[in-house]
Design a protein around this ligand. Structure first.
Ligand code: G3P
Length: 222
């Protein structure tokens, strides 16, 4: 991913499912082209392959399992995600939490197949643990602020700057993002000011009356 970045997680919202997900992905692509800013999307797993083929912006999975190719049923293999055209994946999202060992294995598997990993962390401590596994990104998102109206950058700026500081102590190469309640360009501007290289968000765009306008506003903060 090119940073600074706006990363949009489609979650399983109705507004970002199927055809509506593809339409939203096209809006993201349009805004990325018009503004020259880096916008990355994480569509629903079921739509991943289609969307990755249809749009020219980077696409992430929302989750992968640390399995190889072969006798594994009902798993999402990193190799298949890579082949679908995705460039990386979220790992350990607050709504899809994993044990530390599974996070470690997932990051390792992603590296093996050439997928970037964005490991989510609920707090500073978890940010440190995540960084120790050597992912490409750590995204700090306090769960109590997810889906809310107040951005983490205003409600808890210390968790953002604290995560940047601790992650860099563990591994200076790991890039830090933040999310939860991020809605507008001012939130993005603060996120950058607090030391991150971008944001991870969902409802501020997916649930917006005018997602394109919401994205344009976010992009102005980068
Ligand atoms: O992955 C993004 C996320 O959990 C934050 O969600 O709706 O607060 O932007 P939201």
């Amino acid at each position: 991913m090119r940073t600074p970045v706006i990363t949009l997680n489609f979650k399983t919202y109705r507004e970002s499912s199927g055809e509506r997900g593809l339409a939203l992905a096209r809006i993201c692509e349009e805004v990325a082209q018009e503004t020259g800013k880096s916008i990355v999307i994480a569509p629903q797993q079921i739509d991943l392959s289609l969307i990755a083929k249809e749009v020219g912006i980077p696409v992430l999975a929302q989750h992968v399992d640390p399995v190889g190719e072969g006798s594994f049923t009902g798993h999402i293999s990193p190799a298949a995600v890579k082949e679908s055209g995705a460039i990386g994946t979220l790992v350990n999202h607050s709504e899809r939490q994993l044990s530390h060992e599974l996070i470690r294995l997932t990051v390792e598997k992603c590296r093996e197949v050439g997928l970037e990993s964005v490991v989510c962390a609920n707090d500073i401590e978890m940010g440190k643990v995540a960084a120790s596994f050597g992912p490409d990104y750590v995204a700090v998102e306090p769960p109590e602020l997810i889906g809310g109206d107040i951005s983490v950058t205003s409600a808890n700026p210390d968790v953002v700057s604290g995560t940047v500081e601790k992650v860099k102590e563990v591994n200076p190469k790991v890039i830090v993002l933040c999310g939860a309640g991020v809605k507008n360009g001012e939130d993005v501007r603060k996120a950058i000011e607090l030391g991150t290289e971008g944001v991870l968000l969902a409802s501020g765009v997916v649930k917006a009356g005018d997602p394109k306008e919401a994205l344009l506003d976010l992009a102005r903060g980068l």
